[in-house]
Design a protein around this ligand. Structure first.
Ligand code: TYM
Length: 333
């Protein structure tokens, strides 16, 4: 059976972008039953930028609770936090020696995050995509459901795997296929339709968090930046209207339909009518998940135990793949 791997950073609140772009697909692909699924809270990725230890610990449990509340079943999927399966970091070192500085320097996320002051960025932030490649390849995973922003990292994963295979004359690491599907692969900020919704945006009003209550969700959507014009009657009418497009996309994704179907129904309406309808839809979808997350977070020891069981199952896969990798490299053990 083909294997799926994907992960989410515990560096901030889980938000609607994470849910629609990633988490929801994780559950769908688990439920399809045609894949073996491994899902991960990537705590080692989070520390590429400074993290408060107490908060990191809390956010790791919160993201794990988010996976579970959204429908990841720890019996059918393997659910882990990255640091607990040491082979991720071990293979990442090998991949640090495969990836070229030039490849890493061309990553747009690195350029965005390091900004003008790359001298002050951590070495880990630069190497971030090599750890991500290792996350996937330590399971020989072939399919990776992600949002649009991870596409370049998955292309790099292919390049690293192919170079390793080529350098050693082996056909060991598989080719990875990104799974970037649906109407919500890039959910935008509610304050600025040209920037993606992100947990690192200082404005909490820019995103809907999985733990927001109904009132907060309605307020954030009411204040979401659009333009004064009514909804158009077809997708072509959204050209140049980024804020409007984002809300219509959200409506389509949350109601499992297409943008055209949403506009066929709501075209001509004003925002004062459409936004409350969107809020109802979002609350209907998120409130039960938020409620379950809160319940799970009431028993952190149970979450930790679930992650420990996941790590044990994961290592049955990762230990032999690391051993084989070391054999190929000529490591004496
Ligand atoms: P992270 O933690 O930034 O985001 C987790 C997932 O959510 C998706 N996502 C979005 N999708 C749509 N619209 C948005 N506004 C939005 N914001 C985030 C991301 O695309 C991602 O799928 N590097 C990864 C974590 C990672 C990983 C991996 C992923 C580490 N190792 C291996 C896949 C495979 C990251 O920072 O995602």
């Amino acid at each position: 059976t083909p294997r799926i791997f994907s992960g989410i950073q515990p560096s901030g609140d889980l938000h609607l972008g994470n849910y629609l772009g990633a988490l929801r697909r994780f559950v769908e692909m688990q439920d399809e039953g045609t894949y073996e699924t491994v899902y991960c809270v990537v705590d080692l990725h989070a520390i590429t930028v400074p993290q408060d230890p107490e908060r990191l610990c809390r956010m790791t449990r919160e993201v794990a609770a988010g996976f579970l509340a959204a429908g990841v079943d720890p019996e059918r999927s393997i659910l882990i936090n990255q640091s607990r399966v040491p082979e991720h970091a071990q293979l990442a070192w090998v991949f640090n020696c495969v990836a070229r500085m030039g490849w890493m320097g061309r990553m747009t996320q690195w350029k965005d995050k390091a900004g003008k002051n790359a001298e002050a960025a951590s070495l880990g932030l630069f190497a971030y995509p090599a750890l991500m490649a290792a996350d996937i390849m330590i399971y020989h995973a072939t399919h990776v459901p992600v949002g649009d922003d991870q596409k370049q990292h998955l292309e790099l994963t292919r390049d690293i795997a192919a170079k390793f295979n080529h350098d050693h004359g082996v056909d060991f690491f598989p080719e990875v296929t990104p799974v970037i599907e649906g109407t919500a692969t890039r959910v935008m900020s509610l304050r600025d339709g040209t920037r993606k919704m992100s947990s690192s945006d200082p404005s909490d009003a820019s995103r809907i968090n999985m733990l927001d209550d109904a009132e907060t969700i309605a307020r954030k959507l009411r204040k979401a930046r659009t333009d004064p014009d009514a909804l158009p009657s077809d997708a072509a009418g959204l050209a140049g209207r980024e804020g409007a497009r984002n809300l219509v996309n959200l409506y389509a994704a949350l109601s499992d339909t297409t943008v055209d179907a949403v506009l066929a129904e709501h075209g001509g309406k004003g925002w004062a009518e459409f936004k409350p309808a969107l809020a109802d839809l979002a609350v209907g979808r998120l409130a039960p998940i938020g409620e379950e997350m809160r319940r799970l977070l009431g028993d952190p020891a149970e979450i930790d135990a679930t992650l420990a069981r996941g790590a044990e199952r994961a290592r049955a896969i990762t230990v032999p793949i690391l051993e084989r990798t070391y054999d190929i490299l000529g490591m004496v053990r």
